[in-house]
Design a protein around this ligand. Structure first.
Ligand code: FAD
Ligand code: SIN
Length: 540
């Protein structure tokens, strides 16, 4: 017997994503109306809860917002949008105050004049990073979730995976002909049906896409869903070629995505070769604290030169007490893996860490589609340019989460809610070949790792384009024929994101920031964003 579609659920705003960006937006939006927050897994499953180092903000008397702006622009290799950088850096200390007011227990300063302890990370000219030991993200995530759970206007909906945005094309009556977002279709992962969440304002806060690579520091869900959904709905995306590789992910046969925070180098850790020698002096005067793109490329070059599977991060000279006090989470996790980092160096490799590109947004977080806003790692706001400065990401989530909410609240009374078509499952059946998903997933990630990694060439990108095109076609056929599952949603989005990354990388005929091509080693005189427009793209 055919199942009746579930009733559409109506809210004043829908936020897709329960990380720092989504929950910040939701908490501000809830002051004015009802908000649903969707998460595809548990509420703390995104990258936010995994963040280690901390949040950048000018809080020291000797530091200035101008210096934070400069450092951000130097790391971004001239591609940052100055207005965004100034806006975010200028709003940083207020964002930290709000988190402290929610109960985030930032480490206190060591002198009476220092409110909080500030650590140092690569590319920062001052100590500027507030943190909660080496598990800042967990503390931030827990404080935001607790506040959201306590708010009467917020409905938290975990295990609800957004599939596609509801647009004018999904509305039943002609009253709503204009291009607009009206909410999302989302798969109830436990009940296995597609629900409709309808609202005049939808916020994408779905995080990044680094799981498109075989090796990544990110949680499983970082599959670029928001970028792919916005693209399908007609929004432009930008700077997708700039995927950041974190220099120091643990190299271990069983644990593939455990990060060793940059603060470990900030507090004096040394990168070494197996013979115990340091090598960063050959690459950059800033040694281990050069921006990430420089350090990741240096490690990659040394690994290729010597045929190594990893290099080493040595903290032992910092002393056991210092290590245990500053990096308790890392110390404990490594001990579980039989690595005592107070006595031995840690094997590390670069791994995909952060998507600098994404959905294009204004300073208010508006996308190209009316009714749709976006905040956090899913966006390209202009903050990071060609390479993100360490600990600027959580900051971007906090500042843009609020900006989006303020803009939505200021947008005036919403249009009446449209009647939205139920999800059509009449032409699909249950798959009997789920192995196809696992196989394609693996092939895609390997292709991206091998051909669209830290060092690129025209030939490798051409190979990647060819393989991604075939995979896209296969996944599209599969999607058209079989009932959707959480894995299929992610794979479909990953192939779209891979395609966007490869296309963007092929357009950039220079080396800048995170995009390094041996065919075009020089940086062009003019810094230009790579903008992909679905309206102009036949294949979109
Ligand atoms: P996320 O926190 O990733 O949240 C995404 C949310 O979207 C999740 O709730 C997820 O379930 C939901 N979602 C995704 N797709 C769907 C869908 N289809 N349907 C429904 N929900 C969906 N940055 C810093 O500034 N400082 C640091 O110290 C730092 N350390 C890091 C350490 C690690 C190991 C990692 C991985 C990242 C680190 N970063 C750090 C980067 C930073 O953590 C992230 O960029 C930031 O947390 C992203 O927040 P977000 O709110 O945009 O997304
Ligand atoms: C880290 O702690 O090294 C991660 C910081 C970041 O990604 O900004």
């Amino acid at each position: 017997m055919a199942r009746l579609p579930p009733e559409a659920r109506h809210f004043d705003a829908i936020v897709v994503g329960s990380g720092a960006a989504g929950l910040t937006a939701a908490l501000h939006l809830a002051e004015k109306g009802t908000v649903a927050v969707l998460a595809k897994g548990d509420l703390a499953d995104g990258s936010t809860a995994w963040a280690q180092g901390g949040i950048a903000a000018v809080l020291d008397a000797g530091d200035t917002v101008a210096a934070h702006v400069d450092d951000t622009m130097v790391a971004g290799a001239g591609l940052n949008h100055p207005a965004t950088v100034e806006y975010v850096a200028g709003n940083a200390s207020a964002a930290i105050d709000r988190l402290a007011a929610l109960g985030v227990p930032f480490n206190p300063g060591e002198t009476v004049s220092e409110r909080w302890h500030l650590t140092r990370e690569g590319g920062h000219s001052h100590r500027r990073i507030v943190h909660v030991d080496d598990a800042t993200g967990w503390a931030v995530s827990q404080a935001l979730i607790k506040a959201a759970q306590a708010h009467p206007n917020i409905t938290l909906v975990p295990h609800m995976a957004a599939v596609d945005l509801i647009t004018h094309r999904h509305v039943l009556h002609e009253r709503f002909p204009q291009r607009r977002c009206h909410g999302v279709y989302a798969l109830d992962v436990k009940k296995r049906h597609v629900a409709r969440f309808v609202a005049p304002a939808t916020v994408l806060a779905t995080g990044g896409a680094s799981r498109v690579y075989l090796y990544s520091t990110n949680p499983d869900g970082a599959t670029g869903d928001g970028i792919a959904m916005a693209w399908r709905a007609g929004c432009r995306v930008s700077n997708m070629e700039f995927n950041q590789f974190h220099p120091t992910c643990l190299y271990h046969p069983k644990v593939r995505n455990f990060l060793i925070t940059e603060a470990a180098r900030g507090e004096g850790g040394h990168l070494k070769l197996p013979d115990g020698s340091r090598f960063m002096a050959r690459y950059d005067d800033r040694l281990e604290l050069a921006p990430r793109d420089v350090v990741a490329r240096a490690i990659d070059a040394e690994m290729k030169r010597l045929g190594l599977e990893h290099v080493l991060l040595d903290l032992t000279h910092l002393g056991a007490d210092f290590i245990k006090a500053h990096f308790p989470t890392i110390h404990a996790r490594l001990l579980e893996l039989d690595i005592d980092c107070t006595l031995q160096a840690i094997p590390v490799v670069p791994a995909a860490h952060y998507s600098c590109g994404g959905v294009m947004v204004t300073l208010d977080g508006r996308t190209d589609l009316a009714g749709l806003w976006a905040a956090g790692e899913v966006t390209q706001s202009g903050l990071h340019g060609a390479n993100r400065l360490a600990s600027n990401s959580l900051l971007e989530c906090l500042v843009f989460g609020q900006a989006v909410a303020d803009d939505i609240s200021a947008s005036g009374s919403p249009a009446p809610a449209p009647e939205v078509k139920p999800w059509d499952e009449s032409r699909v059946t249950d798959s009997d070949e789920e192995v196809v998903i696992a196989h394609n997933w693996d092939e895609l990630r390997r292709t991206m790792w091998d051909y669209v990694g830290i060092v690129r060439t025209d030939k490798r990108l051409e190979r990647a384009a060819h393989r991604v095109k075939n995979l896209r076609k296969e996944v599209q056929d599969y999607y058209g024929n079989f009932r959707i599952t959480a894995d299929l949603i992610e794979l479909r989005n990953l192939v779209t994101v891979a395609d966007l990354i490869v296309r963007s990388a092929r357009r950039r005929r220079e080396s800048r920031g995170l995009h390094y091509s041996t065919d075009y080693p020089a940086m062009a005189a003019e810094a230009v964003d790579t903008i992909l427009d679905p309206v102009m793209t036949r294949e979109a």
